[in-house]
Design a protein. Structure first.
Length: 177
């Protein structure tokens, strides 16, 4: 009888520990205000206010783990550029001053509604090595190159987005121009 009681108590303690551990995993990191160095997210995250990105020569928000979601929650993620001014120019259009990059992670999501604008390169970059990325209900506007660019990402679902007034490279249309 005593052993049954000990097992039940042990099971109850383990169950509570597992619930607390799992509960911490589903909570999201809150993001708002000014970002001055690349913010790498390792867990589900969400915008809780407008974000101004003051990051030079690097992405503003970067996925650092697979299987996570970034929710824009109707807020704006704004970069430093005002196309055609402050854009990453030729011959160095490859400086990664993007709004959001998947950074080779898989099974990640960027969910709107929300606005990603004024970045010196891409608004959103689904980078090489990324797969099963979901981008939904995002408006990408006034970025120097593409609003949303799939650069080697595979098996992804890009739906119900708007890409408008993105400047393009050397005057070519690059998503919504």
């Amino acid at each position: 009888m005593n052993q049954i009681l000990i097992r039940r108590i042990t099971l109850a303690i383990v169950s509570i520990f597992v619930l607390l551990l799992c509960g911490a995993r589903v909570q999201a990191t809150d993001i708002s205000g000014t970002i001055s160095t690349t913010l790498t997210i390792f867990e589900d995250s969400k915008l809780v206010g407008d974000v101004t990105c003051d990051v030079a020569g690097a992405p503003c928000i970067k996925f650092g783990a697979p299987g996570i979601t970034l929710r824009l929650n109707g807020f704006t993620l704004k970069g430093r550029a005002s196309p055609p001014n402050n854009c990453t120019g030729f011959p160095t259009p490859f400086v990664p001053e993007d709004g959001i990059t998947t950074a080779g992670q898989s099974n990640v999501a960027i969910l709107g509604p929300g606005l990603v604008r004024n970045f010196a390169r891409m608004g959103i970059l689904l980078s090489l090595g990324s797969s099963q990325v979901r981008v939904e209900r995002v408006t990408a506007a006034d970025n120097c190159f593409s609003g949303i660019l799939l650069s080697g990402a595979t098996n992804s679902d890009i739906t119900h987005n708007v890409s408008v007034r993105n400047f393009g490279f050397a005057g070519t249309a690059c998503g919504g121009t």
